[in-house]
Design a binder for this molecule. Structure first.
Ligand code: HEM
Length: 298
């Protein structure tokens, strides 16, 4: 069982936390979209083979890594992790894992964007495997609430926790290709998804006429971590099928309404569920290593 602790680096690398925070905050001052990038990267790390920094590894001549899979191609912020790692390596060589740096960086990104502040347990080791085929465990945006609950249930999350985690979509954007099937005229036969607010659907159609890779904000404040995502869902303003389903499905609707009403409740629950996400299948001791370069297995 995982025995990670909040003060894991207190004696071996006391400045680790503050160094990560400084570098993340500095990076976000010049690019505020990186908060979404870091949070999503942490999720995609943890949901594929556990939180072991495997998403950070670059492909090589004989291995196509997770990073190059379709859902990971739009991940961004890797250079922030590299920078934190380089600074920390100079002061405490071979001590702080890339998986821990990513977990701390995602935490700092949430706080920077106005979200809750929370402590994260540390002590994860970095994995030695990163294969494109493993990313099939990531949820596609077409999933309905029942399927989402089933998929996240396999990792030990409750239906309520699925909604809480999806609240991460308070940050960031999605490309039109991930939701254009919900709009009229983009696929040959389809009608507008009836769960979409008609005015919102018109706006999306007009924006997406610029092309598949056009970005649309997942709620109307893409750089601030708040509860507006849930208010948007109540208004038929969920961008992805997997977002709107949380309000249309009776299994999860109540939770959406609770969070739409209380940002405090959302923040409290999010702090807990994100720590739980960060504990998924973590590697300890000999199960992993402390990578010296986050992009390469030692
Ligand atoms: C519930 C199932 C989920 C599905 C189906 C899903 C799917 C997606 C998709 C399709 C995008 C747009 C990617 C792009 O346009 O390139 C996205 C963006 C994002 N996702 Fe999720 N996601 C889910 C859960 C989560 C969770 C649990 C987190 C974090 C805890 C998360 C964090 C994010 C963030 C922050 C973005 C914006 C990224 C950016 O702007 O760079 N997602 N998600």
């Amino acid at each position: 069982m995982a025995s990670l602790t909040v003060d894991y680096y207190t004696s071996t690398c006391p400045p680790a936390e503050i160094m990560v925070k400084n570098i993340v905050y500095q990076a976000l001052r010049s690019d505020s979209t990186a908060s979404a990038g870091l949070l999503r990267m942490h999720f995609h790390d943890c949901f594929v083979e556990g939180c072991d920094g495997s998403v950070l590894i670059d492909s090589t001549a004989d291995n196509t890594a997770e990073k190059d899979s379709p859902p990971n191609q739009s991940l961004h912020g890797f250079e922030i992790i590299d920078q934190a790692k380089q600074v920390i390596e100079r002061i405490c060589p071979g001590v702080v894992s890339c998986a821990d740096i990513l977990t701390m960086a995602a935490r700092d990104a949430v706080a920077w964007a106005g979200g809750p502040s929370y402590d994260v347990p540390k002590g994860r080791k970095d994995g030695r495997r990163s294969k494109i085929e493993d990313t099939s465990s990531l949820p596609p945006p077409s999933l309905n609430s029942t399927k989402l609950i089933e998929l996240f249930g396999q990792s030990g999350f409750t239906a309520q926790e699925v909604v809480t985690l999806a609240g991460a979509h308070t940050l960031g954007v999605a490309q039109c290709k991930f939701f254009k099937n919900r709009l009229r005229g983009f696929d040959s036969t389809n009608d507008v998804d009836p769960t979409l607010n008609p005015n919102f659907a018109n706006m999306l159609s007009s924006v997406c006429s610029s092309g598949d890779s056009t970005n649309v904000s997942l709620d109307w404040t893409s750089d601030s971590f708040d509860n507006r995502y849930f208010i948007a869902l109540q208004m038929g303003g969920g961008v992805l099928t997997s977002d709107q389903t949380l309000f249309t499905s009776p299994e999860t609707k109540e939770v959406v309404s609770t969070y739409a009403m209380s940002q405090d409740k959302f923040f409290f629950d999010f702090s807990q569920v994100i720590v739980k996400l960060g504990m998924l299948n973590v590697k300890e001791g000999d199960e992993g290593e402390v990578r010296l370069d986050c992009r390469k297995i030692n």
